[in-house]
Design a protein around this ligand. Sequence first.
Ligand SMILES: CC(C)(COP(=O)(O)OP(=O)(O)OC[C@H]1O[C@@H](n2cnc3c(N)ncnc32)[C@H](O)[C@@H]1OP(=O)(O)O)[C@@H](O)C(=O)NCCC(=O)NCCS
Length: 242
Amino acid sequence: MGSDKGSPPNLLLKLGANIFLAGILSIPFSVLSAVLAYYILVEALQLPLAVVIGLAPVYYLIAKWCFRLFFLVLARAQLKPVEEGHFEADFRNSNVRNWLVNISLVDAVKYFVGNPPLGQTFLRPSLYKFLGAKLGKTVSLDDVTDPYLLEMEDGAVAGGHSFIVTHISRNGGLYLKKVKIGRNALIGIRSTIMPGVEVGEGAIVAAGSLVPMDAKIPPYTLWSGIPARQVKSLKEEAKDQT
Ligand SMILES: CC(C)(COP(=O)(O)OP(=O)(O)OC[C@H]1O[C@@H](n2cnc3c(N)ncnc32)[C@H](O)[C@@H]1OP(=O)(O)O)[C@@H](O)C(=O)NCCC(=O)NCCS
């Protein structure tokens, strides 16, 4: 007989309820916009009713954006704190349950809200901050699995199509670990950063590299490859150039 690992949280029900609620909440706003358009265009400006009807795509866009924003706020409100560490895949463990709920909500946000314009480079840090990432000033990043497990200091950049991974399945269980990226560090395009990685101030990870789990990249060093290894010290290079 297998050991009792409890039952997983009902993610479908949770997501379905969020989608339904966000949909319901967005209805009054689209109706209100149509009514306002009628009063302003037809009653006040004496334009033909056809103009209000012709604005149907605009009401659709308003409804769509209300849905996206409500979904985002609802998802954020339900994110639960999770601890770092290695956990057995036991659904009775609150950390495992919380993480499962969180990841499904974050994935749903990426699906519903992650398209432009909210998913665009200049807005993405704000979106991830809202979902719990600790981001300094002028930070830029692409994809992160669990935003609340990411810390990036001022000026840190993770280039296009880089992937910051803060959870993996390991030894049949779940491994959760923060990723920390220091001031002005640069993660090259299409690089993958695995859980537990710490990138020091001013360090560079070359494009297309994979930084293995728990690697500690010292400040002002250049790392490249799969798995990434230190190639050179950028401090020495800077000294050579002076
Ligand atoms: C690694 C990098 C910083 C090197 O730049 P550089 O100092 O100008 O060096 P070079 O292009 O002259 O290459 C130096 C060496 O690194 C190697 N190299 C360069 N890019 C590499 C990469 N992505 N992976 C592995 N090796 C790389 C070169 O082959 C060369 O090797 P060699 O000395 O054995 O001939 C640069 O190639 C890079 O990947 N930058 C990331 C930029 C980026 O993605 N920014 C995000 C924008 S949003």
